[in-house]
Design a protein around this ligand. Structure first.
Ligand code: ATP
Ligand code: MG
Length: 200
Protein backbone atom coordinates (compact mmCIF):
# COMPACT_ATOMS: atom_id res chain seq x y z
CA UNK A 1 0.00 0.00 0.00
CA UNK A 2 1.16 3.51 -0.59
CA UNK A 3 0.23 6.84 0.91
CA UNK A 4 -2.29 8.48 -1.38
CA UNK A 5 -3.39 11.61 0.45
CA UNK A 6 -3.13 13.40 3.73
CA UNK A 7 -5.67 15.88 5.06
CA UNK A 8 -4.62 18.08 7.97
CA UNK A 9 -6.99 20.41 9.81
CA UNK A 10 -6.24 22.59 12.81
CA UNK A 11 -3.18 20.45 13.57
CA UNK A 12 -0.04 22.38 14.61
CA UNK A 13 0.65 25.17 12.10
CA UNK A 14 -2.28 24.19 9.85
CA UNK A 15 -5.34 26.42 10.24
CA UNK A 16 -8.97 25.26 10.66
CA UNK A 17 -9.53 25.22 6.87
CA UNK A 18 -6.55 22.85 6.64
CA UNK A 19 -4.77 21.40 3.66
CA UNK A 20 -5.04 18.28 1.56
CA UNK A 21 -1.92 16.78 0.05
CA UNK A 22 -2.15 14.27 -2.80
CA UNK A 23 0.83 12.01 -3.26
CA UNK A 24 1.54 10.63 -6.71
CA UNK A 25 3.38 7.34 -7.22
CA UNK A 26 7.12 7.67 -6.74
CA UNK A 27 8.91 10.13 -4.54
CA UNK A 28 7.38 13.32 -3.20
CA UNK A 29 9.43 16.23 -1.92
CA UNK A 30 8.07 19.06 0.15
CA UNK A 31 10.06 22.26 0.21
CA UNK A 32 9.80 25.51 2.12
CA UNK A 33 11.65 27.91 4.40
CA UNK A 34 12.56 27.08 8.00
CA UNK A 35 9.54 26.90 10.25
CA UNK A 36 7.07 26.70 7.39
CA UNK A 37 5.58 23.39 8.55
CA UNK A 38 7.42 20.69 6.59
CA UNK A 39 8.15 18.58 9.64
CA UNK A 40 4.62 19.22 10.91
CA UNK A 41 3.39 17.27 7.87
CA UNK A 42 5.50 14.30 8.97
CA UNK A 43 4.20 14.74 12.51
CA UNK A 44 0.62 14.65 11.22
CA UNK A 45 1.31 11.26 9.63
CA UNK A 46 2.79 9.82 12.84
CA UNK A 47 -0.19 11.28 14.69
CA UNK A 48 -2.87 9.73 12.49
CA UNK A 49 -1.07 6.38 12.58
CA UNK A 50 -1.52 6.34 16.31
CA UNK A 51 1.51 7.67 18.12
CA UNK A 52 0.89 7.54 21.86
CA UNK A 53 3.63 9.95 22.79
CA UNK A 54 3.47 13.69 22.17
CA UNK A 55 7.31 13.76 22.15
CA UNK A 56 7.35 11.71 18.93
CA UNK A 57 5.45 14.52 17.25
CA UNK A 58 7.62 17.19 18.86
CA UNK A 59 5.08 18.50 21.37
CA UNK A 60 5.22 18.69 25.16
CA UNK A 61 1.60 17.70 25.54
CA UNK A 62 -1.02 16.30 23.19
CA UNK A 63 -3.06 19.53 23.40
CA UNK A 64 -0.10 21.47 21.96
CA UNK A 65 -0.95 19.73 18.69
CA UNK A 66 -4.12 21.79 18.37
CA UNK A 67 -3.51 24.86 16.20
CA UNK A 68 -2.89 28.09 18.07
CA UNK A 69 -4.34 30.87 15.89
CA UNK A 70 -2.89 34.32 15.46
CA UNK A 71 -3.99 36.99 17.91
CA UNK A 72 -7.66 37.83 17.97
CA UNK A 73 -8.88 34.50 16.63
CA UNK A 74 -10.63 31.97 18.81
CA UNK A 75 -8.83 28.67 19.32
CA UNK A 76 -10.83 25.65 18.19
CA UNK A 77 -10.70 22.69 20.51
CA UNK A 78 -9.87 19.92 18.08
CA UNK A 79 -7.27 18.78 15.57
CA UNK A 80 -7.99 16.39 12.73
CA UNK A 81 -5.84 14.32 10.35
CA UNK A 82 -6.88 11.78 7.72
CA UNK A 83 -4.49 9.57 5.77
CA UNK A 84 -5.58 7.54 2.77
CA UNK A 85 -3.57 4.55 1.60
CA UNK A 86 -4.21 2.70 -1.64
CA UNK A 87 -3.18 -0.55 -3.21
CA UNK A 88 -3.07 0.04 -6.93
CA UNK A 89 -1.17 -3.01 -8.14
CA UNK A 90 -4.33 -4.57 -9.46
CA UNK A 91 -6.72 -2.13 -11.14
CA UNK A 92 -9.68 -4.53 -10.70
CA UNK A 93 -9.22 -4.70 -6.95
CA UNK A 94 -8.49 -1.14 -6.07
CA UNK A 95 -8.07 -1.22 -2.32
CA UNK A 96 -8.47 1.95 -0.28
CA UNK A 97 -7.85 2.44 3.41
CA UNK A 98 -8.78 5.63 5.19
CA UNK A 99 -7.51 6.30 8.70
CA UNK A 100 -8.56 9.38 10.68
CA UNK A 101 -7.70 10.63 14.11
CA UNK A 102 -9.28 13.51 15.97
CA UNK A 103 -8.16 14.89 19.29
CA UNK A 104 -10.50 17.09 21.26
CA UNK A 105 -9.72 19.21 24.26
CA UNK A 106 -12.73 18.81 26.55
CA UNK A 107 -12.22 21.19 29.44
CA UNK A 108 -8.52 20.40 29.58
CA UNK A 109 -8.93 16.68 29.05
CA UNK A 110 -7.72 15.29 25.72
CA UNK A 111 -9.92 12.74 23.97
CA UNK A 112 -8.54 10.87 20.99
CA UNK A 113 -10.84 9.16 18.48
CA UNK A 114 -9.90 7.01 15.51
CA UNK A 115 -11.87 6.12 12.39
CA UNK A 116 -11.15 3.36 9.90
CA UNK A 117 -12.88 3.88 6.54
CA UNK A 118 -15.25 6.29 8.26
CA UNK A 119 -16.23 3.93 11.10
CA UNK A 120 -15.17 4.54 14.69
CA UNK A 121 -12.21 2.32 15.56
CA UNK A 122 -10.04 1.44 18.54
CA UNK A 123 -6.35 2.18 18.87
CA UNK A 124 -5.67 -1.55 18.62
CA UNK A 125 -7.45 -1.64 15.23
CA UNK A 126 -4.98 0.97 13.98
CA UNK A 127 -2.08 -1.09 15.40
CA UNK A 128 -3.39 -4.10 13.48
CA UNK A 129 -3.60 -2.14 10.22
CA UNK A 130 -0.06 -0.87 10.77
CA UNK A 131 1.16 -4.40 11.35
CA UNK A 132 -0.52 -5.57 8.13
CA UNK A 133 1.17 -2.76 6.21
CA UNK A 134 4.52 -3.60 7.82
CA UNK A 135 4.80 -0.13 9.37
CA UNK A 136 6.27 0.50 12.79
CA UNK A 137 6.05 3.87 14.47
CA UNK A 138 9.05 3.27 16.69
CA UNK A 139 11.36 1.92 14.03
CA UNK A 140 12.76 3.28 10.83
CA UNK A 141 9.58 3.25 8.77
CA UNK A 142 9.86 6.98 9.45
CA UNK A 143 13.22 8.68 9.15
CA UNK A 144 12.90 12.01 10.86
CA UNK A 145 14.98 15.16 10.79
CA UNK A 146 18.28 14.46 12.60
CA UNK A 147 17.90 10.66 12.42
CA UNK A 148 20.63 10.33 9.78
CA UNK A 149 23.13 12.18 12.02
CA UNK A 150 22.07 9.95 14.84
CA UNK A 151 22.59 6.84 12.69
CA UNK A 152 26.11 7.86 11.69
CA UNK A 153 27.06 8.43 15.34
CA UNK A 154 25.89 4.98 16.48
CA UNK A 155 28.19 2.13 17.44
CA UNK A 156 28.39 -1.04 15.34
CA UNK A 157 26.11 -3.02 17.67
CA UNK A 158 23.48 -0.28 17.76
CA UNK A 159 23.61 0.03 13.99
CA UNK A 160 23.20 -3.74 13.58
CA UNK A 161 20.11 -3.69 15.82
CA UNK A 162 18.62 -0.94 13.70
CA UNK A 163 19.34 -2.77 10.43
CA UNK A 164 17.70 -5.88 11.89
CA UNK A 165 14.62 -3.83 12.71
CA UNK A 166 14.52 -2.46 9.17
CA UNK A 167 14.96 -5.94 7.70
CA UNK A 168 12.04 -7.12 9.82
CA UNK A 169 14.19 -9.59 11.77
CA UNK A 170 13.36 -8.07 15.13
CA UNK A 171 9.82 -9.41 15.16
CA UNK A 172 11.27 -12.92 14.63
CA UNK A 173 13.73 -12.36 17.48
CA UNK A 174 10.78 -11.45 19.68
CA UNK A 175 8.95 -14.63 18.59
CA UNK A 176 12.06 -16.71 19.33
CA UNK A 177 12.30 -15.17 22.82
CA UNK A 178 8.61 -15.91 23.46
CA UNK A 179 9.06 -19.52 22.25
CA UNK A 180 12.13 -19.98 24.49
CA UNK A 181 10.12 -18.80 27.47
CA UNK A 182 7.39 -21.32 26.64
CA UNK A 183 9.98 -24.10 26.34
CA UNK A 184 11.38 -23.17 29.77
CA UNK A 185 7.88 -23.27 31.22
CA UNK A 186 7.22 -26.71 29.65
CA UNK A 187 10.57 -28.09 30.87
CA UNK A 188 9.68 -27.01 34.39
CA UNK A 189 6.32 -28.77 34.11
CA UNK A 190 7.99 -31.92 32.74
CA UNK A 191 10.49 -31.94 35.64
CA UNK A 192 7.65 -31.53 38.14
CA UNK A 193 5.67 -34.34 36.47
CA UNK A 194 8.71 -36.64 36.53
CA UNK A 195 9.24 -36.02 40.23
CA UNK A 196 5.59 -36.79 40.86
CA UNK A 197 5.77 -39.92 38.70
CA UNK A 198 8.86 -41.14 40.59
CA UNK A 199 7.07 -40.61 43.91
CA UNK A 200 4.00 -42.55 42.73
P1 ATP B 1 12.84 23.42 9.40
O1 ATP B 1 13.20 23.68 7.96
O2 ATP B 1 13.50 24.37 10.31
O3 ATP B 1 12.97 22.00 9.81
P2 ATP B 1 9.97 23.04 9.16
O4 ATP B 1 9.41 23.50 7.85
O5 ATP B 1 10.16 21.58 9.34
O6 ATP B 1 11.29 23.86 9.52
P3 ATP B 1 8.10 22.81 11.32
O7 ATP B 1 8.94 22.33 12.43
O8 ATP B 1 7.25 21.83 10.61
O9 ATP B 1 8.99 23.61 10.28
O10 ATP B 1 7.14 23.95 11.82
C1 ATP B 1 7.42 24.75 12.91
C2 ATP B 1 6.35 25.80 13.03
O11 ATP B 1 5.13 25.20 13.44
C3 ATP B 1 6.73 26.84 14.06
O12 ATP B 1 6.61 28.10 13.48
C4 ATP B 1 5.69 26.66 15.14
O13 ATP B 1 5.30 27.86 15.73
C5 ATP B 1 4.52 26.07 14.37
N1 ATP B 1 3.61 25.35 15.28
C6 ATP B 1 3.85 24.22 15.98
N2 ATP B 1 2.78 23.88 16.74
C7 ATP B 1 1.84 24.85 16.50
C8 ATP B 1 0.51 25.07 16.99
N3 ATP B 1 -0.09 24.27 17.88
N4 ATP B 1 -0.15 26.16 16.52
C9 ATP B 1 0.41 26.99 15.61
N5 ATP B 1 1.66 26.83 15.12
C10 ATP B 1 2.37 25.77 15.55
MG1 MG C 1 11.78 20.43 9.89
Amino acid sequence: MRLYSLEIKNFKSFCPEGIKLDFRPGMTMIGGPNGSGKSNIGDSLLFVLGTRSSKTVRADKMDDLIHIPKEGQRRKNEAYVTAVFVNETDSENFEKLEISRVIEDINGEIRSTYYLNGKKARHTDIDKVMEDMGLQLDSYSFVLQGDINDFIKRTGTERRKLLETIAGIESYNMKIDAAKEQINEIEKNVAASETLQAEI
